[in-house]
Each structure stands twice: as structure tokens, then as C-alpha cells.
Design a protein around this ligand. Structure first.
Ligand SMILES: CC(C)(COP(=O)(O)OP(=O)(O)OC[C@H]1O[C@@H](n2cnc3c(N)ncnc32)[C@H](O)[C@@H]1OP(=O)(O)O)[C@@H](O)C(=O)NCCC(=O)NCCS
Length: 464
């Protein structure tokens, strides 16, 4: 381990970004200097008092093992039937996201406590539609929307969720869930509530005979399967500057930055249109043929595609936006691309009360079908195609007042991030699979410089 006195290591930086883009966005949309190269985990395995007791790979494991579950012996009969004991002033609750009251309480908890913003000026503008999309996909379990309340007042002070999310990891299909929205009230931090929530959601998921879980975090835990980096593409640079998201790079003026980041008004891809319900079958096939490119991907049924990619009942709420390309002659859908929207509310700013934020989600293109990441010639064709698809998606995003378009270095995004002027962010996202051992998967960042790499990543799954 090298000495880096006064300098931040990548591990520090990864550890600081508590939640996805946030720490990142608050600091600046793009960093001028690359973060330091990977050095070491932030603490020793022994200091992970909770995680060292869990079936997760250790930092010092070498990649010379057989991939698969870590604990494959446990059965439902071994799982406790009662919730874990909790401090006497608190009680477990299962949130009913069909009820306005519970939805409002979840909204309030996440609104006030999910963002680590020192000035408390930015808040996630969650909506009912967003929660319905994120927490109620096909097969969702009421029992996996787990909260903790103060017994006396009923106040919700912590939350964790699981939703079904089956995975393929290097050819192995794995029944799994995605764990997300872990949140503890700011005044109740460092009291070991997070491990309790994690154990309780594990217990409830295990009772359904599911033993693996996908989760992601800016925090470094034992042991990331992959690490991706955020990229941010300003669509409305002037506004981002006014709310404090963007700073003026040396040698630039506001006018030059606006000129550099302005997109054309109209999309260019021939046959580009909004996805319709009747496209679900084709998009389903395209998605499933496409995802074999990646070493980890999400298995989707047609119902899943309808929910996650088409938007299902949430179509009108404008959370997920999906476009397809239809061949003019054959009428066949050859490509699709989607992004989801989760804006920020901005407090205490005289000029703006929100920032529109879009996140690149799933896409697929016939251009890359049957080809593999290592095939250079087909990668060049794909690069060209993805550049035009993502550019058009950003033009659509701009039309609905999105100010910044975010994408990770996952999927094939490294092929277009630099060319389409995504600034590399400070934020890193680590991917984990609970109770599963697998070899490291490339996350689209260069091992030594941490810049976006020139080749695609093996991470095909997108977490919210
Ligand atoms: C993440 C959060 C719930 C952790 O709660 P906390 O009160 O700081 O931590 P606790 O004392 O309860 O628990 C600490 C343990 O949880 C682990 N932990 C912290 N953040 C974690 C995360 N995001 N995922 C899994 N484990 C996490 C710690 O590593 C530690 O375990 P260890 O002793 O093995 O190292 C809390 O900081 C929070 O609500 N943050 C804002 C929302 C957020 O960032 N959520 C996570 C999204 S990925």
C-alpha cells in the first residue's frame, strides 16, 4: 500500500460518495484531475464488524475459485421465523405502498434523510409514480418494504426494500432480489440500525427461498464485484451553474460552456419514435438477445419489460421514457433506449426550485447482436450507433426540461461517454452480490487512471 499523505485514494473517494451521484453532483459535475488509482479498501476486513459475519467475499480473496453461492447449505428450515429483536423504543413495520399514508411517510423519510447534502438545499423529488415503478415491479412482495417506527409516536425512522431481480452471472441464472433505498434517520445514525435492517430483509427474502441479492453503494464494502464511475452530461449548463452543480472550468466563459454543451433541437435517427405498448414483444426479444454481451445482467420476463422498460401503468407519470427505432421498410424495431427521471427539489435558490435529472437506463441495438465486446470491428459500428441513440435520447430529455443526463461507465457506455461530452464525475458505484462469489467484472474504467475506458464493461444490469 502506498503512502498518500494529504491525498485522497480512490478508496477514500469511493467511500465518500454515500449515494450515487449526489456527493458527486454537489462537488462538481466534472473533475479536472483524475482520482488517485485504487490503493486499498478503507479498512481491514476485521473492522467490518457486521460484514465480516456475512456470506460475502473477503478483500484478500484471489480470483482462483469456482463461482457460485458462498453458503449453499442453508434451507428455509434454518431461517428464523420471527423478526430480529429491536430496541424497545422501536418496532418493525411493513409499509403498505398502496396506502397514501405510508407512501407519504416513506417520501418524508427519504426526502429528509437520503441525501447527504450539507446545506440541505437539494432533495430528491420522489413521486408516487416513482415509488410505484421502483418498488412494485412484477412479483413484488409487500413484506419486503420494511420500515422501523418509533413505538410511541409511530414515526418512520428507517427503511429498506427488496424487489425481485433475477440475474445471470457469467452464464449462471440466479434467483435474486435487488436491495435498495436503505435509509436511517440522520439523528439515529451509527447505532447499528443498518445491519439490523439488512439482516431483517435477508431473513424475509430467505423465507421465500431466495439466497442472493444485488445491491450497490458508493461505500466500499467487502467485496465489490465491479466498480463503475458516473458521467454527467450537462444539457442546460447555465442553470446547473446557477444552482451550484457546475463550476466554470479554467479558460472558459459561461457563453463558451453553453455553446459547447448545446444540443440540436431535433433527433436525427431515422425511424426514431416513442415506444408503444405493442413494441413490448420485440423489445423483450431485443433485450434478451442483447444482454448476453454482459457478464452480469438482469433476467426479464415480458411482464418485467412492460414494467421496467415500457413503464406499465406508470406511462403517464413520466418516470421512464423509452424510444425505439423502427426500420422504415420492414417496420421492424431494431433498437431501443430508455432513461428514467428523478429530479431534485432545490431549496433556498432565488432562480430555480428544481433540477431535472435523467439517468440512462437499458438499451439494445441490433447493431451489436451476436457480436461480442472483444470484436473490434463490430464495436466501431456499435459505437457509431450508440452515439446517435444516446444523443437523440438526450435531445428528448432536453425537451422535457432535463438539465443533466447521467450515465454510468457500465454497459457499453464507455463507447460514447467521452465523445458525447459526459464529464467524469467524482462518484463511483460499487456493485455487490450477497452470498455469491464471482470473479471481478470490468466496470468501464481504466484500472490505472480511472478515466472512462475505451472498451465496454461487463456490467449489464442497471440499479436505480
Ligand atoms: C447508509 C446508512 C443507512 C448507514 O447507516 P449508519 O447509521 O451510518 O450505520 P450503522 O451504524 O447503522 O451501521 C454501520 C454498518 O453498516 C454498513 N453500511 C453502511 N452503509 C452501508 C450501505 N450503503 N450498504 C450496506 N452496508 C452499509 C457499515 O459498513 C457498517 O458495517 P461494518 O461494521 O461491517 O462496517 C445511513 O448512512 C443513511 O441512511 N445514509 C443515507 C442514505 C444512503 O446513503 N443509503 C445507502 C444507499 S446505497
Amino acid at each position: 500500500m502506498s503512502e498518500n499523505k494529504g491525498q485522497k485514494t480512490l478508496a477514500d473517494l469511493k467511500d465518500e460518495s454515500t449515494k450515487k451521484t449526489l456527493a458527486d453532483l454537489f462537488q462538481r459535475l466534472a473533475v479536472e484531475q483524475e482520482p488517485e488509482a485504487p490503493d486499498a479498501p478503507p479498512k481491514s476486513m476485521d473492522e467490518y464488524k457486521f460484514w465480516k459475519t456475512q456470506p460475502v467475499p473477503r478483500f484478500d480473496e484471489k480470483d482462483s475459485f469456482k463461482e457460485g453461492p458462498i453458503d449453499a447449505e442453508k434451507t428455509i428450515a434454518d431461517v428464523r421465523t420471527e423478526p430480529y429483536p429491536i430496541h424497545s423504543s422501536f418496532e418493525w413495520t411493513t409499509l403498505d405502498l398502496e396506502s397514501d399514508e405510508d407512501l407519504d411517510q416513506l417520501y418524508e423519510l427519504l426526502y429528509d434523510h437520503y441525501v447527504e447534502d450539507h446545506d440541505a438545499t437539494f432533495r430528491f423529488a420522489y413521486s408516487r409514480t416513482f415509488f410505484n415503478w421502483a418498488l412494485k415491479p412484477p412479483g413484488w412482495e409487500h413484506n419486503w418494504h420494511i420500515g422501523v417506527r418509533v413505538k410511541d409516536t409511530g414515526r418512520l425512522i428507517a427503511f429498506i426494500s427488496g424487489v425481485p431481480c433475477d440475474l445471470t452471472i457469467r452464464g449462471n441464472d440466479i434467483k435474486s432480489v435487488e436491495i435498495n433505498f436503505l435509509c436511517v434517520h440522520k439523528q439515529l445514525r451509527s447505532k447499528r440500525l443498518a445491519p439490523l435492517l439488512i439482516k431483517e430483509v435477508t431473513r424475509r427474502v430467505n423465507l421465500k427461498n431466495i439466497w442472493q441479492a444485488l445491491y450497490s453503494s458508493g461505500t466500499v464494502l467487502p467485496k465489490p464485484l465491479s466498480t463503475c464511475r458516473y458521467g454527467h452530461r450537462p444539457l442546460n449548463w447555465g442553470k446547473l451553474y446557477e444552482v451550484g452543480f457546475s463550476s466554470l472550468p479554467q479558460g472558459e466563459t459561461k457563453a463558451s460552456m453553453i455553446a459547447k454543451t448545446t444540443l440540436s433541437n431535433e433527433t436525427k435517427t431515422v425511424g426514431w419514435r416513442k415506444m408503444k405498448e405493442e413494441d413490448i414483444d420485440t423489445v423483450y426479444k431485443l433485450y434478451n438477445d442483447w444482454r448476453v454481451r454482459y457478464e452480469i445482467s438482469q433476467i426479464m420476463t415480458k411482464e418485467d419489460v412492460k414494467h421496467w422498460i415500457y413503464g406499465g401503468k406508470q406511462q403517464d407519470g413520466k418516470v421512464i421514457h423509452t424510444y425505439v427505432v423502427e426500420d422504415k421498410d420492414t417496420k421492424r424495431v431494431t433498437d431501443f433506449i430508455s432513461f428514467y427521471v428523478l429530479p431534485f427539489t432545490v431549496l433556498q435558490n432565488e432562480l430555480h426550485d428544481n433540477v431535472g435529472i435523467a439517468y440512462l437506463y437499458y438499451y439494445a441495438s441490433e447493431t451489436g447482436l451476436g457480436k461480442f465486446i472483444k470484436d473490434e470491428e463490430s464495436q466501431e459500428l456499435l459505437k457509431k450507433r450508440l452515439k446517435s441513440l444516446v444523443n437523440d435520447a438526450m435531445i428528448e430529455a432536453k425537451k422535457i426540461n432535463i438539465d443533466v443526463f447521467n450515465a454510468l461507465s457500465s454497459q457499453d457506455n464507455a463507447l460514447f461517454l467521452d465523445d458525447l461530452k459526459f464529464g467524469a464525475g467524482d462518484g463511483f458505484l460499487n456493485y455487490y452480490v450477497f452470498n455469491y462469489r464471482a470473479k471481478h467484472i470490468e466496470g468501464g474504467i481504466d484500472d490505472t487512471t480511472n478515466a472512462f475506458s475505451k472498451t465496454s464493461s461487463g456490467v449489464g444490469v442497471v440499479l436505480l
